[in-house]
Design a protein around this ligand. Sequence first.
Ligand SMILES: *Cc1c(COP(=O)(O)O)cnc(C)c1O
Length: 467
Amino acid sequence: MLSEPTPIPESDHARQWRARDLAVLWHPCTQMREHLSETLPLVPIARGDGAWLVGQDGRRYLDAVSSWWTNLFGHAEPRIAAAIARQAGTLEQVILAGFGHPPAIELAERLLAVAPRQAGRAPLAKVFYADNGSAGVEVALKMAFHWFHNRGEPRRTRFIALENGYHGETLGALAVGDIPLYRQVYAPLMGQALFAPSPDAYLAAAGETAEQRALRAADALADLLDRHAGEVCALILEPLLQCAGGMRMHHPVYLRRARELCDAHGVFLIADEIATGFGRTGSLFACEQAGVMPDLMCVSKGLTGGFLPLAAVLATQSIYDAFLDDSRERAFLHSHSYTGNPLACAAALASLSIFAEDDVIANNRERAATMARLAEPLRAHPHMADLRQTGMVLAFELTRGGDKATPFPAAAQVGLKAYRAALQRGVVLRPLGNVLYWMPPYCIDDEQLQLLAEVTRAAIDEACACA
Ligand SMILES: *Cc1c(COP(=O)(O)O)cnc(C)c1O
């Protein structure tokens, strides 16, 4: 019944909004021609309601990707909306150089209180704000380099990143990313990062466990660090889950080994928790599941519950201390106009309160179990190469015949077809290549998950049918 899309005639109202949109907007991460030629429908949204997005024509779309992984508790969550409104009537913005304000202070206190800890290590102690994830990554990279510079080791200019990793789109962040589609054109503009093999369990050899795969990747990291001793200032990685790289997951033992190797080589460990943070992976931060504390941790996306752009970089006291001096040159002079915006900080504070009020992490465990149960029947789908889950993120990797050795070629456009098929059925899935995934708002209920599972099956069937 659900496998047949219901053709709802588009209203004039929605058509007009679409025309106005296409007349003036250049959309992110989009080949605009697909919209102009109507290969892909562009969907103007009027409002959000929990896990639903509501189009200008009144059609409802289940937001199974949490609006680019930002939304935590549903759209227009009233407690966060109210906190922003209250703050807007008090202090909307103030320069954060030379000035502070209660939301920025309180948010820093609370982030540091819940940040990952590790026995025997001094905890993360300072918060530097930025206004989006990529900017937060730039901050962490610059801090790592500048720390060594201040300590008299200016030749430590290189970063190690993981193959298939993603850290954002600005040139510095892109340089430590390894997704050719986003990176390749700009390669001539970028610094040369070193890439270590990904611990990705999907890449395990036949008969190899996820843990063995992770340990093998850690050995390769050890080699790389040995070969470039004295040149490297930091390792940056997405803990447990490479999101943009196709929701690829790895065993936590990798993080423990990476932590030890960074310590042995005197190199910083930067955890990019921009997508994994705030409960996505089953714990508040992914690093917790490995018992590892990074030296620098970047958070953004879910930080404000998905309401406003904000990023924070958490650093150790020892990193901070190396910038204290009589000279301004040794200071960290990075800034963004909206650094620590009070409205965004107020949203983040309200979001953190919801974690406690609603016992979110415990409830997510139960949500994640329901997701697993509903997805399980799809494991037997003839084109399913892998079905994997880490907490509130569940991914389906499709290949021809379900064999890892025969991926669908890009020209088969499996992801695009699945996207379109799901959208017609009122669900927003936005596949990454041939990987479909669920990363829903935490408020998604059983009925909505049921719909999601049914539509996912229909979308996979339709996308693979003629691929
Ligand atoms: C999204 C993302 C970023 C970039 O954040 P933006 O706010 O989009 O700039 C960086 N790192 C990871 C892991 C991400 O998923």
